[in-house]
Write a protein that binds this ligand. Sequence first.
Ligand SMILES: Nc1ncnc2c1ncn2[C@@H]1O[C@H](COP(=O)(O)OP(=O)(O)O)[C@@H](O)[C@H]1O
Ligand SMILES: [Mg+2]
Length: 314
Amino acid sequence: MIELRNVSKLFGQTRAVDAISLSVQTGELCVLIGTSGCGKSTTLRMINRLIAHSAGSIRIDGRDIEQIDPQQLRRGIGYAIQNTGLFPHWTVARNIAVVPRLLGWPAARIRRRVEELLHLLDLAPAEFAAKYPSQLSGGQAQRVGVARALAGDPDILLMDEPFGALDPITRESLQNELLRIQAQLRKTIVFVTHDMDEALKLANRIVVMDKGRIVQQDSPQALLAKPANAFVENLLGGQERGLKQAGLLRVATLMQVLTTAAAPLAGPRIKATDNLRQALSLMLWHRCSSLPVVDEQGRQVGVLRLDALLDRPR
Ligand SMILES: Nc1ncnc2c1ncn2[C@@H]1O[C@H](COP(=O)(O)OP(=O)(O)O)[C@@H](O)[C@H]1O
Ligand SMILES: [Mg+2]
């Protein structure tokens, strides 16, 4: 869907992006990560031609982007950024409708689309459609930003640290929303962050950048198992690696399944859909080496033992 080949960007003498090659498959959520100034935003902005690349080629669906009119290109690519870029004197509904209006949709279709997107982002239309950006919390504004990026139903979504300015709880809920939306809509997403936990949680593939170059690109599991060098290892959190890896696996994958259904339990227990990091934390807190595992209704479906975590092959 998106293919960069030997792409570079020079700002005067500064080589912001240095001969990177990257292909993002349809439906993939690809996360670019790296320290500040490593070229993540520049890479993203070259894909929708907000910045012209200096060398190499960028193709979307096999077409060289230089052959596509920039306005037309951008209408087919949703773009969401950290400070949302909402127009302050426009209502939420009007802000979301920017691209559909440019596309010349009839008013009734635009209205339906805005309503649908507000629902999708968990904002009640009756409450939010007529509000102005200054009347929104940071999390709500960010939801509107994402709705606007999705408005024209683009196949591609570019997101530049969209949740970077949010508190941890709001941030986590928006990450979950994004995963839900992605499971439903299957967009091709390139997502920029400098937060490794966010990258591990969201990505199908993580692309680690340093000084304008790609240092490693792999699945979250593969990256944790085999960081290419000390830089990547450090970015992964050094000693925290074990916990981050546990965070990627669900309790259900390691629990011992009960053969007969048991009654609801009181006391410490973990959900089959929770991850092994959460299970480990509960064991530490309750000073126990096994936990009953329950389903969404609270019925016991298995047991998780600490031994199973320790015996797990790498
Ligand atoms: N418009 C610009 N003019 C000059 N230098 C720029 C411009 N935009 C970015 N840079 C430089 O390019 C490098 C990469 O920037 P950027 O892509 O924004 O990094 P990141 O998003 O990873 O923090 C930095 O050294 C930055 O100072
Ligand atoms: Mg940036």
